[in-house]
Design a protein. Structure first.
Lengths: 675, 472
């Protein structure tokens, strides 16, 4: 075996001072070879990003490295002076960050920003620098690089910005590229582009990539080896194929089981109870013990050692301790099997359970210019969407960011006044109702938001937050009975009734999302618009929320409009799917029909771009060129035609009419013929 | 009754302000999210030290705010009780010695002789031009040249001892209260404070208090016999003047905010929340107001008031009332010119908050507009209001000095640092220089503004969510 490129041993990082420093990275070992992609996987708060910052020696002011060694090639990074470290950073060791929007300086052109990196690390003459910048931009697949050099970051889309960031990282010809959640802020089709780009670059330059992510799908598709981090420690390392075939650590297994997918539809998702422990204390025993299903007495008082398992694999778990002789145990499927839960009763398919019908809903935002605020155009955020919501059913609204799905959801509830169209709830028109006349309907139509941290007033007690609707709609105007109902609601969403007397900031993201669900349920709604309720949560917490939503639907017969970009959640939860592109629904149908046999080219591309854990299910990625056009200037003809791989002449002129395929299915595409 | 209370306009507003602050404190004590940042303020050393200084200033100001009229000593011939037309504050009464011990004209701090030569008729008939002895300052000394230094040292020591005694009594009282509340032994509490182990830095607070008390007692002891900061042109004690100026400074700093607050908060939030034409009107209003130079507006208003007051001289019962009305007017006009900044800040914040998820959720639950504003928006902009108030306070105190300097500030008969600085213009042109008025005004104003600024910094840090958890 060749000498590894990066060798990390016993790395320990503390943050904060005083009596209780936080051990964000604890005794971490890893090694990386040239040309290899190594993934660091874990939930938020496990120390992944801190590991990356430690390697770069870019810790926040209160952070310090207390032990260990980091060898890059034959250089010991931890003993370099800051001046020499600066030369390594961006040179042999480069990093790209999660948020391309904030990583670029908005007042400099991208050419200047890349040139800066080039000059520092290669010290070339002016002409050579310009040439090199263009070369780098071309390398990261930015079309028309000579033109783009003079553009500012705001002129580029998110995916383009991330490419520019990669170009900057490549300026110093790095041997190791640290990518900290490089695609988390991007849409799946863009994510596929960026991951492909990283792979291509790696093949050409032979650099190593340390990929930090929480997304199992991304790991499965792009990494060679991986390490699972939990509470500052690495708990398992393995080759990717082995890992997904047979995860060894109980935590890894739980992570896999909590991923939603179509096969798990019938039952509940596995959940990991509790949360990642705070790292400011001294641990006795295994850090995962409190959340582990296979916990033994020994786990609670002895810290597990690192046990090598077949080849390069290693696990930090007592189950693999040869002295305890349990190694076989852990490969068996664990206790509760997903399917063992009672299969959900099939929802009756009667058509008269129709609750809400939106027809040709339009939400246009005027663009105003100049002193007199003249309207010079419209952003057609939602441009003619028709939907039906039925009791006890979930309609998933799927699409990339900026396609208008959130606006459509808010337009349905009249939180944003729609421009045109009709929204009928139980036959009554909601459009154009005044604030007061809308009130009786508020009770039945509720919403849950994406960001659990922004969706509750930090200045109110949880009890008041949940009881707000009961009070406002005069369902329960008196305080004491209202608080009793709040306690019942908290019980319903699986929280302790005592939570009512606490403030929102005392709860974790998943708990807050439960509280938000309780608030929506308080007024006994019949329809809930769920606006990406799980996309800000970790996989294991997401599983809890999805389980809860599913239970509530079965018990209360709720209708959900589930807005999401996550196809695996759709497969698990939804009954019907509507795919949106640039303000319009391009394909609609039952979930199995659409996911198994997508007909619209956009749906096909979208589905193919989703990273899949299971290698057998992987499809060939249909690469979409470019980005979604701006909704203020949608392309003529079919909105999708500039990116469509199957474009024909008619697509450029006319927007395709609805083609009905069977009873439940509609597609808007010239290439799809009915019958 | 030996006296009747008099409530001037500004006094009434001060009482309202105190009631509001007390109400807010009671409200804050029941809400964790409000109590927490204030607790953080109290736990910072700079916070408590400056708070003690500010409270001391505040007490002086408050004493000066309680106005009375005394009964005239010889009752009138008809036997009815009559009250003197002169309105005095409790501070005036407490310092009546200082107030009444007037000299002829300038005298330097701790001087025993006047600052200017005078022709004095000697008993033998000669006329001598020399510095005459002061009537009060150091009058008890027989041979000032020899005795003065010793006398000052002795009285300082006496004052220091008295101050320390007062401080120990106070400290013992506080310790006893704390010990009783926590149910611990007195010595235990003392040790904890000495070691600095209490959550609130009592060591710093009591230390500052000790310094203040010692200084106060020394000054008091000396002021008994000397003019410790000299006298001004008409022989008034400068120390007394600076103490009286405290109220003016504090009033300008606080009443102005009281005046501008409702307008800034209501209009700012309304503009941000309702948008549309409401926003247009409010924005138009404050951009217009903002584009008029503030000093010009203030000058115009004050000059108009002056004309009104000289035309209706008999409408005012006393000089104090007249000066008070002018002060109130100055607060009003300063408020009118200074609300736009806060209003703009609040508009921006409300624009942001109206789109935030919990406001949307409230709308989805059918909560009315005004409830949304009162329950969701106002509490979440309160920290901005508090920070702005704390930061504005010192600016306003300084603004008073500047405005009085250019003669459009408070009434010339009213004691204020601005007026003192204004008169120093001529004093500094003399030879030798009369420096003490300016120095005294500067010293007191500097202490107040520095304390207020440091306190404002602590408040801002305490309310800044980005600094949470960092903790010192």
């Amino acid at each position: 075996m060749t000498e590894p490129l990066l060798q990390v041993e016993g790395l320990t990082t503390l943050i904060g001072n005083g009596a209780q420093p936080v051990r964000v990275v604890d005794d971490l070992d890893l090694s990386l070879h040239s040309g290899e992609t190594f993934a660091l996987l874990g939930e938020s708060g496990c120390g992944k990003s801190m590991t990356a910052l430690t390697l770069m020696r870019l810790l926040p002011p209160s952070g310090r490295i207390t032990a260990g060694s980091v060898r890059l090639g034959d250089t010991e990074l931890l003993s370099l002076t800051e001046a020499r470290m600066r030369r390594v950073r961006g040179g042999r060791l480069a990093m790209i960050f999660q948020e391309p929007q904030t990583s670029l300086n908005p007042v400099l052109t991208i050419g200047e920003q890349i040139a800066e990196a080039v000059r520092i690390h290669q010290g070339r003459s002016r002409d050579q620098v310009t040439a090199r910048v263009v070369e780098l931009l071309r390398a990261v697949g930015i079309p028309d690089p000579v033109q783009r050099v003079g553009e500012y970051p705001h002129q580029l889309s998110g995916g383009m910005k991330q490419r520019v960031m990669i170009a900057m990282a490549l300026a110093g010809d790095p041997r190791l590229l640290i990518a900290d959640e490089p695609t988390t802020a991007l849409d799946v089709t863009i994510q596929a582009q960026v991951l492909r780009l990283l792979k291509d670059l790696q093949r050409e330059t032979g650099m190593a990539v340390l990929l930090i992510t929480h997304d199992l799908g991304v790991v499965a598709e792009s990494a060679d080896r991986l390490a699972v981090m939990y509470a500052g420690q690495i708990v398992e390392t393995a080759a990717v194929a082995d890992f997904f075939a047979r995860p060894a650590h109980p935590y890894s297994r739980k992570l896999m089981e909590s991923l939603p997918s179509a096969e798990k539809r019938a039952g509940r998702l596995a959940v990991i109870p509790g949360r990642v422990p705070p790292l400011d204390r001294v641990f006795q025993g295994c850090r995962f013990a409190d959340r582990c299903q296979s916990v033994m007495d020994v786990c609670r008082d002895t810290e597990p050692l690192w046990w090598p398992v077949e080849g390069e694999r290693g696990v930090r778990c007592h189950l693999w301790d040869p002295a305890l002789g349990l190694a076989g145990e852990s490969t068996k499927p664990l206790g509760e099997k997903p399917a063992s839960a009672a299969p959900s009763p099939r929802i009756r398919e009667d058509a008269d359970s129709l609750l809400l019908r939106a027809q040709d809903l339009k939400v246009h935002f005027p663009i105003q210019r100049g002193l007199l605020r003249r309207v010079v155009g419209h952003v057609r955020a939602v441009d003619g969407v028709s939907l039906d919501l039925r009791a006890g059913r979930t309609l998933a609204l799927v699409g990339e960011s900026g396609c208008g799905k959130t606006t459509a959801g808010k337009g349905l509830l009249q939180l944003i006044a729609p421009t045109d169209g009709s929204v009928r709830y139980l036959g009554e028109e909601l459009m154009g109702l005044s604030h007061r006349r809308m009130r009786p309907f508020r009770k039945d139509l509720q919403i849950i938001f994406q960001d659990p941290f922004a969706s509750m007033n930090p200045r109110m007690l949880v009890g008041d937050v949940i009881g707000e609707g009961l009070q406002a709609l005069r369902i329960e105007p008196r305080h004491a009975p209202r608080m009793r109902r709040v306690a019942d609601l908290l019980e319903l969403v699986g929280m302790d009734p005592e939570a009512a007397d606490r403030y929102p900031h005392e709860f974790s993201g998943g708990q807050r999302q439960r509280l938000c669900i309780a608030r929506a349920l308080a007024v006994e709604p019949r329809i809930i618009v769920c606006d990406e309720p799980t996309s800000a949560l970790d996989v294991s917490v997401q599983a809890q929320i999805l389980n809860l939503l599913k239970d509530l639907q079965e018990r209360l017969g709720l209708a959900y409009l589930f807005i999401t970009h996550d196809i695996s959640v759709v497969a698990y939860l939804a009954h019907e799917v509507a795919v949106m592109y640039l303000g319009r629904v391009v394909e609609r149908g039952r979930v199995d029909e659409v996911l198994d046999d997508p007909r619209h080219p956009y749906t096909r591309a979208l589905l193919s771009a989703v990273p899949v854990v299971d290698i057998d299910q992987r499809r060939r990625v249909i690469r979409l060129e470019g980005d979604m056009p701006s909704p203020s200037h949608p392309p003529a003809g079919c909105h999708f035609h500039p990116r469509c791989p199957d474009v024909i002449e008619v697509c450029r002129h006319a927007y395709p009419q609805e083609t009905r395929l069977g009873e439940t299915r509609q597609v808007h595409c010239h290439r799809v013929t009915g019958g | 009754m030996p006296l009747i209370p008099v409530v001037l306009w500004t006094d009434a507003l001060v009482f309202i302000l105190i009631a509001l602050v007390a109400g807010f404190a009671a409200h804050a004590a029941r809400h964790e999210h409000l109590r927490d940042p204030w607790r953080r303020v109290l736990r910072s050393r700079v916070g408590v030290a400056t708070l003690v200084v500010l409270v001391a200033f505040g007490l002086v100001g408050l004493l000066d705010t309680l106005h009375v009229r005394l009964k005239q000593d010889p009752p009138s011939a008809t036997g009815e009780v009559r009250y003197s037309p002169e309105v005095l504050s409790l501070l005036d009464l407490a310092l009546s010695g200082l107030r009444e011990r007037q000299e002829k004209t300038y005298s330097a701090p701790f001087a025993t002789h006047l600052f200017v030569k005078e022709s004095m008729n000697q008993p033998d008939g000669r006329v001598l031009r020399d510095y005459p002895r002061l009537e009060h300052g150091g009058a008890h000394l027989e041979d000032p040249a020899r005795q003065r230094a010793w006398d000052i040292a002795w009285r300082s020591l006496l004052g220091l001892v008295k101050g320390l005694i007062a401080w120990s009594l106070l400290t013992a009282g506080i310790l006893w209260l704390m010990a009783r509340r926590q149910g611990r032994a007195l010595s235990e509490v003392r040790d904890a404070i000495l070691a600095g182990r209490t959550p609130i830095p009592w060591r710093t607070a009591l230390g500052t208090l000790g310094v203040l008390l010692a200084l106060g007692f020394v000054a008091g002891e000396l002021a008994f016999k000397y003019h410790i900061l000299g006298t001004d042109k008409v022989g008034e004690d400068v120390f007394f003047q600076t103490l009286k100026s405290i109220r003016t400074g504090l009033l300008i700093g606080t009443l102005t905010t009281l005046v501008m607050l409702p307008a800034a908060v209501l209009l700012g939030i309304a503009a941000g929340y309702f948008r549309g034409w409401v926003d247009d009107v409010i924005q138009y209003l404050y951009t217009t107001l903002n584009s008029i130079p503030g000093v010009l507006l203030i000058a115009a208003a004050i000059l108009m008031l002056q004309v009104y007051m000289s035309n209706h001289a008999d409408a005012f019962a006393s000089l104090v009332e007249r000066a008070d009305l002018r002060l109130l007017f100055l607060c009003l006009i300063l408020g009118v010119t200074s609300w736009t900044g806060l209003c703009r800040l609040l508009r921006g914040e409300a624009l942001k908050l109206r789109e935030i998820d919990y406001v949307q959720a409230a709308q989805a639950l059918g909560v009315g507009h005004f409830t949304v504003i009162a329950r969701h928006i106002l509490p979440n902009v309160m920290h901005i209001v508090l920070i702005t108030l704390a930061l504005d306070f010192s600016g306003l105190v300084l603004a008073e000095a500047v405005l009085s300097y250019v003669n459009i500030g408070v009434d010339p008969t009213m004691n204020s640092w601005g007026n003192m600085i204004n008169s120093a213009r001529l004093e500094l042109a003399r030879e030798p220089v009369v420096w003490w008025s300016l120095a005294a005004a500067f010293l007191f104003m500097f202490t107040l503004v520095l304390a207020a600024n440091l306190f404002a910094d602590v408040v801002r840090d305490a309310f800044d969510p980005r600094l949470r958890g960092g903790g010192r």
